[in-house]
Design a binder for this molecule. Sequence first.
Ligand code: FAD
Length: 585
Amino acid sequence: MLEEPKISWINGQPFSDKYQDIYFSSDAASEVERVFINPTTFDDLSRTKPQITTLELGFGAGLNFCVTAQRFLDQKANGRLHFISFEKHPFSKKDYAKTFANLDRAIPFSSNLIDQAPALLPGWHRRSFVGGKISLSIFYGEAIEGLRDITNRHKIPIDFCFLDGFNPAHNPDLWSDEILLEITKNLRTDSQLTTYTAAGKIKRELKKLGFEITKVDQRPIKRESIFGVYKGPTFKQAPPSPREVHILGAGIAGATVARQLAEAAVDVQLWDPNGPGFGASRISASLLHGRLLGDQTADADFRVNAFHYSNNFLKAYSSFKQCGVLQINGSNMSTDKMLRIKKAYPYSDDWLQLLDRKEIEEVSGVKVKSKNALWFPDGGTVDLPRLCQELLNHPNIHLNLRQPELDSRAVKVIATGAHSLSEYPRNHLETYRIEGQIDFVKTKVTPFSPIVGDGYLVPVENNLCAIGATYEYQELSPNVATKQNLLRNFPIQLLSSIRYERGARCVSSDRVPVIGEFSNNCWISNAHGSLGTSSAPLAASIISSNLLGWIPPINRDVEKILVPHRFKERQNRRGELKSTKSFIK
Ligand SMILES: Cc1cc2nc3c(=O)[nH]c(=O)nc-3n(C[C@H](O)[C@H](O)[C@H](O)COP(=O)(O)OP(=O)(O)OC[C@H]3O[C@@H](n4cnc5c(N)ncnc54)[C@H](O)[C@@H]3O)c2cc1C
């Protein structure tokens, strides 16, 4: 279980009350270099290896990460750094900001961590910085759990390992034989390890596990630290990453996979006969907000992670406008449910707030009937067609309007939304096509922020809002859909519609997206329903991580509910397809 760190600030530097230890010494950044980086061949390898993987125990204030990332960038290397870390008592954004404001020397990279600090939610988080040059995979929770997950799900061996737990006498859990053994399972021969402690017990245990240990002179600050080179057998062989991937469909699902692979130096052949942002991704006023469930299910876990992942991912693109989103009462959102949702996320004040009526008026500028509302300050609007264009603007992505020669052995990703593909029959997937429409409507007043109730309302410009969206089990004519939209119960008067946008969502029978390996070497990102703006970027990360041999940034139980073969398993249990009538074939 996640626990807040109990920090005291002494001369502007964090001190752990729980472990009665400092997070770092007064020469903070220099100490990281002296103890963790300088004894290793980090600089040389940064310049020569296409991808460096560093594993750290004890993320703490994020100092090792930021100093290492800065050092990597300073080498002007062509490759990429993947930094994996674990933390049971994660800092908040404010704590990171305070730490780096008070350091002995500025670390320019640290503004990235502060800006994209993961929310205090248990499990895996991934952040990507500097156009994918630096990636952070961080596990919030018990290190041993996260490490076992790395052993099972991360295929790339570790190059450098920084053991940076608090003093072993104060925090023995992070130095247990079990932890050290688990680390070893992720190394290759000649992986390097550094640690602040020089405790005899740790040295002896590391030697037993196959490390050659050298003492590093740290006088006059302390006597010595440890540098070790692993001479045992390699347990993990990195699988070959695909050099080229073919993606079908240039909506948000396909374009986000394309971008993430392109940033990892994979060549992407993207094919869409209609060009980018054509299907459901033609909606120019789409909303990114939490769509939270407030329970402990894997689906709830997926949604909250998708929101945070997407929120950070989209910040790099001008088609995302971070303006906050207000969720008021609606037929699916009672005040009780709001309270439940807020309670489900104990450390959420910086990204989820429960507002009273007065506060609702302050953020929206309009009088709302709701007694309470949920406020997502980081939420916002996404112009999906423009986002797809922005995502594809990368030298490694090649957009084809005609189907290119497909090498049958090449890795493929299907992201064709509500469209079927004769080459990949998908009737066992149980996915439906649901049309929808938003209308751009004249209004007398314009709220300050988008409002979600029964449907949503997005301020576009003065006296113009986008409203929607219809959910058409039977396809409607645009006129009828406009009438439905104008009848929506919003706290402002809706005048007349001046234009509309229509698209077809792809929705699965269990309302959960379909993300994973579809058949051998063929992956799918589909059925994003009404939440593609938040689910598609995380789906892209799950798929690209799997293709690159990285741990996907979600927990195992969440990955399981997304996989395409779940329908087949259910069908096998039931003995038949539930109903094939309206499924996309
Ligand atoms: C009216 C409406 C309002 C919405 N509002 C929101 C919202 O506020 N927030 C939110 O999160 N989501 C919203 N959504 C849902 C969101 O738009 C979708 O989840 C998302 O766009 C799905 O993206 P996609 O890439 O999976 O599919 P699509 O965007 O449909 O893209 C599929 C692409 O595949 C291409 N294609 C088809 N056949 C082939 C083929 N054989 N080979 C190659 N390419 C092919 C198509 O040309 C298309 O470009 C809304 C949807 C609608 C319709």
